[in-house]
Design a protein around this ligand. Structure first.
Ligand code: BG6
Ligand code: MG
Length: 219
């Protein structure tokens, strides 16, 4: 029986990738490094630290740890200014409805996100109250593709990985879910999320019944 659903946040429940893109691009430009949509795709799912490391490597720039921290803080300040404009209209189509039907069928709901801003974003978009467990960047030490974030959520919910579906839009997140023993459901393009068990363009066609039958088809 499907006992739990574990959701990534950015790109699955809310469209924050566009805000990360604006803030990282602004920082990269300041350092004279080109930052494209395809770079942004690579950063999906990575922690803030791993993201700046990617950008600095791309520009062949070596910084002291202190400078790196300062740039990360600057990026986050720009990012938060955008996040603070968010409201309930910025949850992705059918996200709220899906959480509601899962709750009605007693499916446990967890967040598995690398973001240290996850709670704030859930609050701003009015999604916080649906979650039985929140595992975010403040609770994990290993970045996706390490499965730590999802395994911690499974522990919180007191379920086994094979009793849950993980929803992810990032290549690294799909790998983390698969390596942790979860069933992975990709949100995005099947050409990019090639390792996911299932791929949907978005959440719009998903509800409890659809997920229960996907889950049962694999068990
Ligand atoms: C992930 C995003 O969810 O969170 C990444 O996909 C982001 O792009 C990461 O870098 C960390 O987010 P934050 O909010 O802690 O900077
Ligand atoms: Mg994501």
């Amino acid at each position: 029986m499907l006992k739990a659903c574990i959701f990534d946040l950015d790109g699955v429940l809310v469209d924050t990738a566009k805000y990360h893109f604006i803030a990282w691009q602004r920082l990269a430009n300041q350092l004279n490094i080109e930052f494209t949509e395809s770079d942004n795709e690579q950063l999906k799912g990575l922690s803030r630290d791993a993201s700046i490391t990617y950008i600095l490597n791309k520009g062949n720039i070596l910084l002291s740890e202190q400078d790196k921290q300062n740039y990360m803080a600057q990026k986050n300040e720009w990012y938060l200014a955008l996040v603070n404009t968010m409201d309930a209209s910025e949850s992705l189509p059918n996200a709220r409805e899906l959480l509601i039907t899962l709750k009605q069928h007693n499916v446990l709901i967890a967040l598995g996100s690398a973001s240290k801003n996850a709670r704030l974003i859930l609050e701003k978009t009015g999604l916080l109250s649906y979650f039985d467990s929140i595992v975010d960047g403040t609770r994990t030490s290993k970045s996706k593709p390490d499965p730590e974030v999802f395994l911690t959520a499974a522990k919180d919910l007191n379920i086994k990985p094979n009793e849950a579906i993980v929803f992810e839009d990032a290549i690294s997140g799909i790998q983390a879910a698969n390596d942790g023993g979860f069933l992975s459901l990709g949100i995005g393009s099947p050409q990019i999320l090639t390792q996911a068990v299932w791929v949907y363009q978005d959440l719009t066609s998903l509800n409890f019944q659809a997920l229960a039958s996907l889950y049962n088809s694999k068990n």
